[in-house]
Write a protein that binds this ligand. Sequence first.
Ligand code: GLN
Length: 192
Amino acid sequence: MVKIGVLGLQGAVREHVRSIEACGAEAVVIKKVEQLTHVDGLIIPGGESTTMRRLMDKYGFIEPLKQFAREGKPMFGTCAGLIILAKKIVGYDEPHLGLMDITVERNSFGRQRESFEASLTIKGVADDFIGVFIRAPHIVSVGDDVDVLATYEDRIVAARQGQFLGCSFHPELTDDDRMTQYFINMVKEAKE
Ligand code: GLN
């Protein structure tokens, strides 16, 4: 059985644990750097990217997470987690982990649309997936080897680059676990 870590510093951690377990995999809430060696893949949850970054610095996670990526282990960023993975953030000089070749813009669906749900077609996942968007970012542009998996109103809201998966919405907040299952399959393939 593969073990999936959920970065447990801030945000929607328990919801991802539920979804991972519903898919029949083992979930580990990662609160200390040392725990990273025990998992085969990692989910960086939604929450508030600036707060998460502050805690990542405080607990020394930046370099160990970059090392985790260098080992080829899959990483999945949802909402704030997508921002954490991105190489570029509109309006900021520096990224957080800077791992995935995408440019993201924070809180980009406008104030009047702080949160909403939309039915999405996600390549390789589903053609009727309800995406829950909460102060969501979107992907402004992607590098050549990034595969766009879903768009909403002409904006990219899910993408994959090899071992990296990211989405603007919160796949863990409904009981549709197909996006989580897609990531678990990536982790299984990477482990084999
Ligand atoms: N607006 C948040 C940020 O910029 C992300 C929101 C979320 O994760 N639901 O970090």
